[in-house]
Design a protein around this ligand. Structure first.
Ligand code: ZN
Ligand code: ZN
Length: 97
C-alpha cells in the first residue's frame, strides 16, 4: 500500500492536481487530465511519460508532447496544455515583465 502520508503530498506532475489511489494506480483528480500513474512495489511512478493517459473524451491513449507540455489525442483531436501559471519552473524566464 502507498501510505496516506505519501498520498497527501503526491500531485499529478502534469496539472499539479492531487491524485487518489484506486487499485494499483494513482488517478489524477482533474477530469480533463485523467492521467493514471502506476504503482509498483508500493512506489508510485509519477512520470507522465510512463503514465496511462486516456482521453477523457474518447478513451484513446493520448500522446505526450514534452516540448509543448501538451497531451494530445490523435483519435478525437482533443488536447490539453498544462496551465503555465500553475507551476512555473523555478528561475525560468516568464515572458515579458
Ligand atoms: Zn493531472
Ligand atoms: Zn480523444
Amino acid at each position: 500500500m502507498v501510505s496516506q502520508d505519501l498520498l497527501d503530498i503526491l500531485a499529478c506532475p502534469f496539472c499539479t492536481t492531487a491524485v487518489r489511489l484506486e487499485g494499483e494506480k494513482l488517478l489524477c483528480g482533474n477530469a480533463d487530465c485523467n492521467c493514471r500513474y502506476l504503482v509498483r512495489d508500493d512506489i508510485p511512478n509519477m512520470l507522465i511519460e510512463e503514465a496511462e493517459r486516456p482521453c477523457p473524451g474518447c478513451g484513446a491513449q493520448r500522446a505526450w508532447d514534452p516540448d509543448r507540455d501538451t497531451l494530445r489525442c490523435t483519435a478525437c483531436g482533443k488536447s490539453l496544455t498544462v496551465n503555465a501559471g500553475a507551476a512555473p519552473a523555478a528561475g525560468a524566464p516568464v515572458g515579458k515583465a
